[in-house]
Design a binder for this molecule. Structure first.
Ligand code: HEC
Ligand code: HEC
Ligand code: HEC
Ligand code: HEC
Length: 124
């Protein structure tokens, strides 16, 4: 009789823990997409340090995710790496380095700030 009671108590505790666990999971869902802070591009033109966070944070330059990640429609979607589509050789999408050069430099020109010369981005 006592054994049965203990077993019932154990089951009750298990159920309570499960419910609490699920509750916590629902209340604290995974945060919206993680965002790298800085990205170091290593390439034959010389290293390029890209301050990713500075470009999108509101106390930085304040751009939206989709200003650069054109594969997403909303800022809370998780974007794919450019290199998922922009390969080292041109294909359906322009070559990776051409796409990056175009996006980075055009925006710097349009906004009238940000580096446009090779050596301002590439460090040897
Ligand atoms: C000024 C342009 C720009 C802005 C704004 C921007 N990103 Fe990025 N992001 C990039 C570039 C460039 C990369 C490097 C991608 C690569 O190496 O293929 C990148 C990489 C990433 C990656 C890593 C992708 C991978 O799988 O390697 C994630 C995740 C990401 N960004 C999320 C975000 C989110 C979320 C926001 C908005 C809060 C955002 N980005 C804003 C340009 C930008
Ligand atoms: C899901 C695939 C995909 C991803 C991810 C992607 N692109 Fe693209 N991108 C394309 C395709 C396809 C084109 C060509 C057709 C078009 O303009 O939509 C393109 C076009 C471009 C262009 C215009 C090129 C031109 O000559 O007009 C730029 C710039 C660009 N991408 C930059 C980026 C950058 C930077 C990233 C990462 C932050 C990125 N793309 C991520 C598929 C992708
Ligand atoms: C949508 C617009 C936009 C895009 C795309 C963009 N930038 Fe910028 N970037 C800026 C602006 C605006 C500044 C600020 C310049 C200032 O205030 O001095 C800047 C500044 C910089 C600086 C100098 C200051 C710092 O943050 O280190 C570097 C380096 C830089 N960008 C690299 C890049 C690279 C590399 C890419 C492409 C992977 C890129 N940017 C794409 C808008 C952009
Ligand atoms: C706004 C910053 C920026 C400027 C300005 C810039 N680049 Fe780049 N460059 C990049 C980025 C980002 C990449 C892509 C790196 C990667 O894919 O690892 C790149 C890639 C390259 C590559 C490698 C190409 C490949 O196919 O692997 C070469 C070479 C290069 N740049 C030369 C230059 C020259 C020459 C200039 C001046 C005419 C220049 N870059 C201006 C940011 C810049």
């Amino acid at each position: 009789m006592e054994k049965k009671g203990e077993l019932k108590l154990a089951y009750t505790i298990l159920v309570v823990l499960l419910v609490v666990g699920i509750g916590a999971y629902v209340a604290f869902p995974q945060r919206a997409p993680e965002q790298p802070v800085r990205i170091l591009f290593q390439n034959i033109g010389g290293k390029v340090l890209f301050d990713h966070k500075q470009h999108f944070s509101s106390d930085g330059y304040g751009y939206g995710c989709k200003d650069c990640h054109h594969d997403i429609d909303k800022d809370d979607e998780r974007p794919s790496a450019c290199s998922e589509c922009h390969l080292n050789e041109p294909g359906d999408a322009p070559k990776r380095s051409d796409a990056l050069h175009k996006q980075c430099i055009e925006c710097h020109k349009d906004s009238g700030s940000g580096p446009v010369d090779c050596s301002q981005c590439h460090v040897r």
